[in-house]
Design a binder for this molecule. Structure first.
Ligand SMILES: CC(C)(COP(=O)(O)OP(=O)(O)OC[C@H]1O[C@@H](n2cnc3c(N)ncnc32)[C@H](O)[C@@H]1OP(=O)(O)O)[C@@H](O)C(=O)NCCC(=O)NCCS
Length: 180
């Protein structure tokens, strides 16, 4: 029988208890070639330091939501909704660091995480979601399939994790339908 996929919100405290799982997920994605802010060499300790230093504090302060995907007792994916926007953008949130374990891809986990992220965003009154993703990456067709539109492309935006070449990034957005 196929293991059920569940999506859950983790508090800062819960995320702290799952630091090793979160670090493994990030480490595996970077080593698989994902352009998500890091370059090689990238150790598990650095991955854990990212979660501890950059994610747990805003989670605890209420400026961010962390959603994780569980399957078969394993943490197989995550995504973050950044709600720490300026006062003139109370209706906007940013989707960040959508990660799916390389061994678990193309099973709908990324789509499920984004669907949950959209539901949480709407529940918080954040009807505009923005994000950026390396141009040409697997995530681009995923976001497009979910209804994200492309605002534009910035050339030479970030370095490839393996060879350091400069890659473009695509800025995308989705205005969620708000009930009248
Ligand atoms: C992008 C990523 C999150 C997709 O996760 P996933 O669980 O494999 O995605 P899903 O199975 O939900 O795919 C949903 C849809 O996205 C698109 N998609 C996903 N992977 C794709 C690929 N390799 N090639 C083309 N389209 C792809 C397809 O439209 C797919 O629907 P389909 O399987 O019915 O054709 C995953 O590849 C990943 O973690 N990449 C590395 C991290 C990263 O780059 N994150 C984005 C940061 S902005």
């Amino acid at each position: 029988m196929k293991d059920e996929l569940t999506i859950a919100v983790l508090s800062a405290e819960e995320a702290g208890r799952h630091l090793a799982d979160l670090a493994s997920l990030l480490h595996a994605c970077v080593h698989d070639g994902a352009s998500i802010g890091f370059v090689l060499p990238f150790s598990l300790a650095e991955a854990e330091a990212f979660w501890r230093g950059k994610v747990l504090p805003p989670l605890g302060a209420g400026g961010r939501i962390l959603l994780v995907a569980w399957q078969g007792g394993r943490l197989v994916g995550s995504v973050q909704l950044v709600t720490d926007t300026p006062p003139n953008q109370p209706h906007r949130a940013e989707a960040a660091k959508l990660l799916v374990d390389p061994a678990c891809r193309r099973r709908g986990i990324g789509r499920a995480l984004m669907a949950a992220l959209e539901a949480h965003s709407l529940a918080l009154g954040r009807s505009l979601i923005t994000l950026d993703t390396r141009s040409g990456d697997k995530a681009e067709p995923l976001y497009a399939a979910l209804g994200f539109a492309t605002a534009g492309v910035i050339p030479g935006y970030c370095r490839d994790p393996f060879d350091g070449r400069l890659d473009a990034t695509t800025i995308m957005f989705k205005a969620l339908p708000v009930a009248p």
